[in-house]
Ligand binder design. Structure first.
Ligand SMILES: *C/C=C(C)/C=C/C=C(C)/C=C/C1=C(C)CCCC1(C)C
Length: 244
């Protein structure tokens, strides 16, 4: 089962294998795109685009390994998945911080977001690896971390700074990013619920957790980056027009 050949053959009846491959390539291509597009936006946006490139780049490397792990074992690459998220979710918190920093965001805001993300991921990892009995409890604890992030963006520091900024560009970006962290991010807990002992157990195959996670990653990591890219290019064009 673990021969090199297994890794080379993509079963045509396995949508999970398919999404590991397309996920890898899409993350990789996005990373190159965001990295090179740094050159076409004004200075203050360059760091945001670099962080977008890092998010998709880190994911691409993990998808490379998860893909092979999955093909060789047909099991869920839980550890690799959580290592990826441990790096990329805090970087998404950094994106919120960078967008609001020109309007006074403090390190403390970033710190709160990262602590909430860490709690969400640690509890989720324990829930996925510790067996059936407390699967729901760990999922609920993880969801508290998630909801705290949603709160910060909708009503906490990030929301207040966006309002104070009087910047239509930032307001637009936040509107879209809010859709990502509510609708897009909610795909993850739905995936988690297919685990044995949880609410959707039996409705889907356990393995389909990877289908949910791969879909959500592509939407959230690439989409998030594209929102920031579109604000950056729009604002750059506006600033250049004002100078000309
Ligand atoms: C790029 C990766 C991202 C944006 C990952 C986000 C992950 C989540 C929002 C995960 C959330 C979970 C819950 C809210 C409860 C169940 C356990 C998790 C970790 C799947």
């Amino acid at each position: 089962m673990n021969s090199l050949l297994d890794i080379m053959v993509i079963p045509t009846d396995d949508p999970i294998a398919f999404t590991f491959f397309t996920g890898y390539m899409a993350m990789f291509a996005s990373s190159i795109f965001f990295f090179f597009e740094r050159g076409s936006v004004d200075g203050k946006w360059k760091l945001s685009l670099l962080v977008s490139a890092l998010i998709t780049g880190i994911a691409a490397v993990h998808y490379y390994y998860m893909r092979d792990y999955y093909l060789a074992t047909h099991e869920t690459p839980t550890a690799l998945r959580y290592i990826d998220w441990t790096l990329t979710v805090p970087l998404m918190a950094v994106e919120f911080y960078l967008l609001t920093k020109p309007f006074g965001a403090k390190g403390a805001t970033l710190f709160k977001l990262i602590v909430a993300a860490a709690a969400m991921l640690i509890f989720g990892f324990i829930g996925e690896t510790s067996g059936v009995d407390n699967n729901i409890m760990w999922g609920v604890l993880s969801t508290l971390g998630y909801l705290y992030i949603v709160y910060e963006v909708f009503a906490g520091d990030i929301a207040k700074l966006t309002k104070l900024s009087n910047s239509p560009a930032l307001a637009n970006a936040m509107f879209l990013l809010k859709i990502f962290i509510t609708l897009g991010w909610s795909i993850y807990p739905i995936g988690y619920m297919v685990l044995p002992g949880n609410l959707l157990s039996g409705v889907f195959e356990v393995k389909s957790i990877d289908l949910f996670y791969n879909l959500a990653d592509a939407i959230n990591k690439i989409g998030f980056g594209l929102v920031i890219y579109s604000v950056a290019t729009a604002e750059t064009a506006k600033a250049r027009k004002a100078v000309a």
